[in-house]
Design a protein around this ligand. Structure first.
Ligand code: GLU
Length: 415
């Protein structure tokens, strides 16, 4: 049922994995809840002179494998529950990619679309003022997520440097290139998804040069997914959407033209030579590759029976409910589960931390080839586990990730 919260869904997914792996109930209890949650109140002077207090959170889920890592989102209705889910998924994501990192998530309840640049800067700095004791390159490393970007990361980094009176570049990732960012971070999540899609296509004997693609959501991840699907592999993107609705053209859409339309008018809708479709219709199109790149819980038990895609590449976190998973499995839809599919973002974030620590920066070719290697080996680890134990791809991803976290906890003497 879609009334389940995102965090309840992560717990349910974990419960199934624990049952499969026959883990000890005590270990299960540790893995089921965040290690630490920090709630903060952030007073910000608004442009009209009033003082407004925002609520912010940071959830550090598990640090057995290393410092916790995860994005910060600015959203009016993303509650602590969503942030807990984000932190849990980051734990499994980092473990699955075999990064020396744990998982975290953060956010501020606000509507960035209604705030000025100055207000956003003061809010970003206030968040770091409250959290600076709890973050750091060896403790917890934030990054961008929904409605935060390199500029927000830059303000946050600057505030951390001022408090600590030192340039700890690795405190935050997704920074602008001019101040310690990594080449290839901006399109990393979408590019990583492309490498996973290439592997999945090989498994299914799907010729990508003839494949059709639909992209739901046209933020940073959605735009780059549409762009790279066509430029890297020659796929035909036939539909795209955002919160206002979608567009369709069976002869193919130009990713760059869609982006321009959205930045000029606020929506992809209305692009010349396209037919309007709804988000619901887009998800149910008969395409080779469906890429949800927006928010959680869009594929549910209600629409899952009508999903016709061959490959479902989950670029957003938590787009599919557990009930929908079961239906898709029966229908033979090949899922690339979210915390595998979108892991390119945190992988290049990790590369950014490594470069920050060495004070020596890689070129684009090196970033792309190392990302490809990580994504390909993680996809294969999941696919081999799924085949070997006859389980679905999400369960297999959980099994690989959870075993790695459990092994780290064992080595450290926690269990
Ligand atoms: N927010 C992104 C994610 O969910 C990136 C996290 C990071 O780079 O730390 O993977």
């Amino acid at each position: 049922m879609s009334e389940q919260t995102s965090f309840e869904i992560t717990q349910k997914q974990l419960d199934e994995c624990v049952e499969l792996l026959k883990l000890d109930p005590g270990v299960h209890a540790i893995l089921r809840m965040p290690m630490r949650e920090i709630h903060v109140s952030l007073p910000v002077r608004m442009d009209d002179g009033s003082l407004k207090v925002f609520q912010g959170y940071r959830v550090q889920y598990n640090n057995a494998k290393g410092p916790t890592k995860g994005g910060i989102r600015f959203h009016p209705d993303k509650t602590i529950d969503n942030i807990r889910a984000q932190a849990a998924w980051m734990t499994w994501k980092c473990a699955l990619l075999d990064l020396p990192l744990g998982g975290a998530g953060g956010g501020i309840l606000c509507n960035p679309k209604e705030m000025s640049r100055g207000e956003l800067e003061r809010l970003s700095r206030a968040y770091i003022d409250q959290l600076s004791d709890f973050i750091g390159p060896e403790k917890d490393i934030p990054a961008p997520d929904v409605y935060t970007d390199p500029q927000v990361m830059a303000w946050m980094m600057d505030e951390y440097f001022k408090i600590n009176r030192a340039n700890h570049f690795g405190v935050i990732t997704g920074k602008p290139l001019a101040i310690g960012g990594s080449i290839g971070r901006t399109d990393a999540a979408a590019r990583g998804a492309m490498y996973a899609i290439r592997e999945a296509a090989q498994v299914h004997g799907l010729d990508l040069t003839k494949a059709t693609v639909a992209v739901q959501g046209y933020g940073n991840a959605g735009y780059f997914a549409a762009l790279l699907a066509s430029t890297l592999y020659g796929c035909k993107v036939i539909a795209a959407s955002d919160t206002h609705g979608g567009i369709f053209n069976e002869n193919g859409l130009d990713a760059e033209a869609i982006r321009k339309q959205k930045s000029m008018t606020g929506s992809v809708v209305g692009l010349p030579n396209t037919e309007p479709i709804t988000n619901e219709e887009l998800l149910e199109l008969k395409v080779d590759i469906l890429i949800p790149a927006a928010l959680e819980n869009v594929i549910t038990e209600t629409n899952a029976p009508r999903i016709k895609a061959t490959i479902l590449a989950e670029l957003s976190n938590g787009p599919t409910t557990p009930e929908a998973d079961a239906i898709l499995l029966k229908k033979g839809v090949h899922q690339i589960p979210d915390f595998l599919c979108n892991a390119g973002g945190v992988t290049v974030s990790y590369f950014e931390m490594v470069q920050n620590a060495y004070m020596y920066y890689w070129d684009k070719e090196l970033v792309h080839s190392r990302l490809d290697k990580k994504m390909t080996s993680s996809y294969n680890a999941v696919h081999n586990t799924a085949t070997r134990f006859n389980i679905d791809m999400r369960k297999a991803a959980y099994a690989v990730a959870v075993m790695r976290v459990v092994e780290a906890m064992k080595c450290r003497g926690w269990i």
